[in-house]
Design a protein around this ligand. Structure first.
Ligand SMILES: Cc1ncc(COP(=O)(O)O)c(C=O)c1O
Length: 370
């Protein structure tokens, strides 16, 4: 097992059906090993520009796109630090562990924030958003598109325009759906749309990206104590030169550039989104075939990660380790949902054939465990 799991020469030999980090294709790994120039050089700037323009195409936006040397949580904190002033009230719409995290980030930064949500497994609907917004004046609203703990996809296409009607800034955490599920930033009016790249982008962890609207930059100009490392204004100034304020992980950005080129020009956006839809649909069919139950309410299931209720009372840690022996990793439930659910990630470069192979093995394991 140790050899399969961690091979000194070849790296991990496991196939990851995880909600991130996910398998990184060989062609990206090759890009990472190429020699680089400094982050103030012309070749770097050219690469940075290709990456940010690629992100604009991916997100269907004219908004500026920024690159962060952090994981998604860093950008979540950046949104809190840059967009909430002392006299502001912020609304954190939470449907799971990552929504709760954003609220905790707000509170730990001393911001005036309120958390509103629905029972885990359910989604924020337009009606719910309206009801909450009618109660008070919020300057900024924070919401996940894909909540990775519950496997629920919030209907952001409907909810964000409703929130925008109240004149608020809206930040969307699209960490586990960006580059797997379509999000039209300008059409919806999203002010910040963020993600880390170790999920649907199929890149190694270490980078996060976001789009920032003019309104969000204008707001940031007025916010005190934005900090230094994650200051939107400092990042914007350097972004104008196609650079970052501090030394970025240059090989990772090369990887991002190559992967965006693949996504936009080889696989194609529509095909990529369609593939993720198929993977989600097939996983849900299998859940049904196995007499298992999806954790999310019907109609709001994620197409990048399936959270499955442990309705058969399976020994989940044992199931996960038996599957590991066969060369596949899936994961237990997140936080409060450990052992009550398990999760199959189907994001990044996984195709239907890979999924079928893994599900066949998992089916046999579940039969044995029952
Ligand atoms: C929806 C969501 N938001 C935020 C995060 C935090 O991401 P990171 O670990 O890149 O900081 C995750 C990680 O799984 C996530 O799924």
């Amino acid at each position: 097992m140790t050899d399969v799991h961690f091979n000194k020469e070849k790296g991990s030999q496991l196939t990851l059906f995880t909600p991130g980090p996910v398998h990184v294709p060989e062609r990206v790994l090759k890009e990472l090993s190429k020699p680089n120039d400094t982050h103030r050089s012309k070749p770097y700037s050219e690469m940075h520009q290709i990456a940010t323009e690629g992100l604009q195409r991916l997100l269907d936006t004219k908004n500026e796109c920024l690159i962060f040397t952090s994981s998604a949580t860093g950008v979540m904190e950046a949104c809190v630090r840059n967009l909430i002033n002392d006299d502001d009230k912020a609304l954190f719409l939470s449907i799971g562990a990552f929504g709760d995290r954003w609220y905790d980030i707000g509170i730990s930064n001393g911001k005036n924030g309120i958390k509103e949500g629905v029972e885990w497994g359910h989604a924020i609907t337009g009606e719910f958003a309206k009801e909450v917004m009618d109660r008070d004046n919020y300057s900024v609203v924070f919401i996940q598109s894909n909540e990775t703990s519950t496997g629920v996809y919030n209907p952001v296409d409907k909810v964000v325009p409703i929130l925008k009607d109240y004149g608020t800034l809206v930040c969307v955490d699209a960490t586990s759906s960006m580059a797997g599920v379509k999000v039209e930033v300008d059409k919806l009016g999203i002010d910040v749309c963020l993600a880390s790249v170790q999920k649907c982008f199929a890149l190694p962890p270490g980078l996060a990206v976001c789009s920032v609207s003019d309104a969000a930059f204008e707001k940031a100009e007025k916010v005190k104590n934005r900090g230094f490392y994650f200051d939107f204004i400092g990042l914007k100034k350097r972004n104008a030169k196609h650079q970052t304020p501090t030394t970025p992980p240059i090989p990772q950005i090369r990887g991002l550039t190559a992967q965006l080129d693949y996504i936009l020009n080889e696989e194609g956006l529509e095909k990529r989104f369609e593939r993720h839809e198929q993977l989600g649909r097939r996983t849900r069919e299998w859940v049904h075939e196995m007499n298992l139950k999806m954790f999310p309410e019907k109609g709001y299931e994620s197409n990048t990660v399936s959270t499955i209720s442990n309705s058969l009372n399976l020994d989940i840690p044992k199931m996960v380790s038996m599957l590991l022996e066969k060369g596949y990793r899936i994961v237990n439930g997140y936080g409060n949902l450990v052992n009550k659910t398990f999760r199959i990630g189907h994001m990044g470069e996984i195709n239907l054939n890979d999924l079928e192979k893994m599900l066949k093995v998992l089916t046999e394991i579940i039969k044995e465990l029952k």
